[in-house]
Design a protein around this ligand. Structure first.
Ligand SMILES: *Cc1c(COP(=O)(O)O)cnc(C)c1O
Length: 369
């Protein structure tokens, strides 16, 4: 699905030098590299504050802790996403309220969000699934009308841009009150282990979340709130700081591969190419087909026999996950998500795909459907 070895070979010197610098300095925790990367990421994203943390799941958890939500508060998330989005809501004793998604963009359905708002709703967590932004302008308007916080799960969408009706653009993760991203190795900006970051333009929230990520500590050994221990280590920051200047090229490479896939599959009656959110660019963390006129699982097996990996993101929506079963929800309540779970198939997508590989993959798919 990804080719991190080849990507590394192209930037080996920059990566190795950065890692060596950290080892020579022995500043493995909270070293200079972490601050440097933080500042570079603030410049890149336009976020006023970037708070580096241990991973994307921690970023989401610290974001919700930073908002000071209380047990029983409702948080709206899409049911078609990676589990981390709802996991942190449940872990904090908040109540996840799930909504259906849009068939074309596979992102949160804003009308479904509107219907799910109750007097107990406190926050909305849109997920910019597979690399394009949810429809943020109407979502932010809805949130403002109802005085709700918005925490963007931008773990798959770093670098994606959303254009507002007045023409101004903002990057994924910098539109809501808080944005969260992940540097898991296969993410669009991936490190060589675990890493994540929180974005906000709000000074008070930034100070709170910075403290929460550090045991709730502002003055050393004085703990003002209950916190966690979540930090990006210096070696991972060095890797990320070496890769960040290449992120736009990496996005362009992914978009070229996606355009190749689109062209090959656009006319096929058994497959649907990923629908585009017209207001957002797509950075293609995943290229996800909907297999509507053929057996998705057979197609996946056929590809595997030809040495082509393909993955199902995600086979089970949240409301049907064993750990999250809830008497409020029944099978059939979220028909789009359930249909997607049965037909999505993500093809290899990374920065190193060449024409020969793309031709091999697309012709195999077309022969098999
Ligand atoms: C990867 C991912 C996360 C979690 O990130 P980790 O760094 O693995 O904790 C959360 N939400 C979404 C949508 C993701 O894709």
């Amino acid at each position: 699905m990804v080719d991190l070895q080849t990507q590394y070979q192209h930037i080996k010197q920059e990566i190795d030098a950065g890692i060596q610098e950290v080892i020579d300095s022995a500043a493995f925790i909270k070293g200079k590299k972490v601050t440097e990367f933080q500042e570079h990421l603030e410049q890149y994203t336009g976020a006023k504050h970037v708070i580096p943390v241990g991973n994307g799941t921690d970023a989401l958890q610290i974001a919700l802790m930073g908002l000071g939500l209380k047990a029983g508060d409702e948080v709206i998330t899409p049911t078609f996403t990676f589990i981390a989005t709802a996991e942190v809501v449940a872990l904090l004793g908040l109540t996840p309220v799930v909504v259906d998604v849009d068939w074309d963009t596979m992102n949160m359905d804003i009308n479904a969000v509107r219907r799910a708002i109750t007097p107990r709703t406190k926050a909305i967590v849109p997920v910019h699934l597979f690399g394009q932004c949810a429809d943020m302008e109407p979502l932010m308007q809805l949130a403002q009308e109802h005085h709700l916080y918005v925490v963007e799960d931008a773990c798959q969408a770093i670098g994606s841009r959303y254009t507002f009706a007045d023409g101004h653009t903002r990057q994924a993760g910098t539109i809501g009150d808080i944005g969260c991203t992940s540097f898991f190795p296969s993410k669009n900006l991936g490190c060589y282990g675990d890493g994540g970051a929180i974005f906000t333009n709000n000074d008070d929230l930034a100070a709170r979340m910075r403290a929460i990520a550090n045991h709730g500590m502002v003055v050393r050994y004085h703990h003002d709130m209950i916190g966690v221990n979540s930090r990006l280590d210096s070696i991972q920051a060095a890797v990320l700081d070496a890769k960040l200047p290449h992120l736009d090229d990496y996005i362009a490479a992914r978009q070229r591969a996606a355009a190749y896939y689109d062209k090959a599959f656009a006319g096929n009656s058994k497959l649907l190419i990923p629908g585009r959110q017209t207001r957002s660019t797509h950075v293609f963390h995943q290229y996800t087909l909907r297999v509507t006129g053929a057996d998705r699982d057979r197609l996946r097996e056929g590809l595997a026999e030809r040495g082509i990996p393909a993955m199902i993101y995600y086979p089970v929506p949240l409301h049907q996950q064993k750990a999250y079963l809830d008497p409020r929800y029944n099978d059939g309540d979220f028909p789009v998500a359930e249909r997607l779970a049965g037909c999505v198939l993500s093809l290899p997508m990374h920065t190193e795909l060449d024409e020969e590989q793309l031709a091999y993959i697309t012709s195999a798919v077309l022969e098999l459907v």
